[in-house]
Design a protein around this ligand. Structure first.
Ligand code: C5P
Length: 228
């Protein structure tokens, strides 16, 4: 009898359909170049390094060919699909194009340097039974909640900043997105939580920073240099 020893596929949706206005520049954020490679290429390769076997990249309408060109030579097979008006809609479009695989990651193209260990930890948590698993880091700033003209301090010890990739059991992600269609959650863990799925936290990394402003790109360049 022949045994199938090939590992279970881990598939990922990379959302890259935002405009990235806060970063400025002529091209969409995910196509901005970091150390010689577009951010989206870094993100896809980072997922591949963590065990992802196939990727769906979600992009703004009209940019499919540009993104496909930017991804030539990527470490894993990819498909390019058109996104929607919100991040949640873009993920839903990615879901519609997903290849087979029981573990599904959703990653922001804007987090190009997520370490492979973080990706692996997210996948492991889903394989261990979590319907949703997300990487988080402690909040280092003191935080205040603004309320009208005033503000109050918030106890930061109980706060965590949420990163991507977020990992899901396929059925949990699909059913939650179907149920939450039309609402506007900023991440997929919130989509899953809205229909009652438990969200498991795993340690994230400062290196998985989200490129939002020009300063973040400079930090990312420094991280790449430090990695050698
Ligand atoms: O706007 P925000 O920083 O939360 O976007 C996070 C990610 O979601 C980015 O990678 C962005 O390209 C993506 N996005 C998307 N479709 C949208 C809005 C954002 O794919 N309509």
């Amino acid at each position: 009898m022949t045994q199938n020893t090939s590992p279970e596929p881990v598939v990922a949706i990379v959302v890259a359909a935002g405009s990235g206005v806060r970063l400025g520049g002529e091209v969409p954020k995910a196509l901005r170049v970091l150390a010689g490679r577009p951010l989206v290429r870094w993100s896809v390769d980072a997922l591949a390094a963590g065990g992802v076997t196939q990727v769906v990249v979600v992009v703004a309408d009209g940019l499919q060919d540009t993104f496909a060109d930017a991804l030539v030579g990527a470490s894993v097979p990819f498909a390019v699909v058109v996104g929607g008006a919100t991040r949640q809609e873009s993920v839903a479009r990615g879901i519609a194009a997903l290849p087979p695989g029981e573990v599904v990651l959703v990653h922001d193209a804007a987090r190009p340097l997520v370490p492979a260990d973080v990706v692996r930890d997210v996948v492991a948590a889903v394989r261990a039974g979590a319907p949703a698993a997300i990487p988080v880091v402690p909040v280092s700033d003191t935080v205040r909640q603004v309320a009208g003209a005033g503000s109050i301090v918030v106890d930061r010890s109980g706060l965590r900043a949420v990163q991507t990739p977020q990992g899901f059991a396929r059925e949990a992600l699909l059913s939650a997105h179907a149920a939450a269609a039309g609402r506007d959650y900023t991440d997929d863990a919130a989509v899953c939580e809205s229909v009652g799925y438990e969200v498991v936290l795993v340690p994230g990394s400062r290196e998985a920073l989200k490129i939002t402003e020009p300063y973040d790109l400079a930090v990312a360049e420094a991280i790449v240099r430090a990695r050698g």
